[in-house]
Design a protein around this ligand. Sequence first.
Ligand code: FE2
Ligand code: FE2
Length: 192
Amino acid sequence: MGWFSPDIATMDDLFVHALQDMYYAERQIEKTLPDMVQKASDRELKKGFQAHLKQTKGQIKRLEKAFKKLKLEPSGTDCPAIDGILNEANEIAADVSDKVVLNAALIGAAQTVEHYEITRYGTLVAWAKALGYADLARLFGANLREEKATDKKLTGIARRKVNRKAVTRKSKPMSRREQEAMLAASMGVPTV
Ligand SMILES: [Fe+2]
Ligand SMILES: [Fe+2]
């Protein structure tokens, strides 16, 4: 279902669509976080990702409660925005070779996700209130607070140590063997 397709006629339809969109997004985030836990080498960052994975599972439960209150089965709808953000996060994580710089990259990617969630939950809270669903607004508000706290925590880890450590890392010069392999690869010559 696309935005403003004929399937969305009323504000209630739009609201349910946003809920389904967020349900899909949270479940994609739940799948991605274990990978981020594994890639983070800073202990505090790793623990932070682990804690947020646990929180994310709780957030999914709150969304399921919201579906129940609306007498709907929990279901997701494709969300190209979160897919794009997570794909980019995976790509950058795969491209960074230095593990200290990787911590900085992981924080940057995670904060992109948090900001996306903050904007979506902000909208969901506003729409729930406008539609008179005070109990749903409370559920989304609880998720919103957790996303904001996570974003703040990540900023703290980056500022206190990760960014500072990352900027001191220098790329080491390539060995002769690495230079030859790179040259051969660029010419399509197989190396042994
Ligand atoms: Fe979340
Ligand atoms: Fe989050």
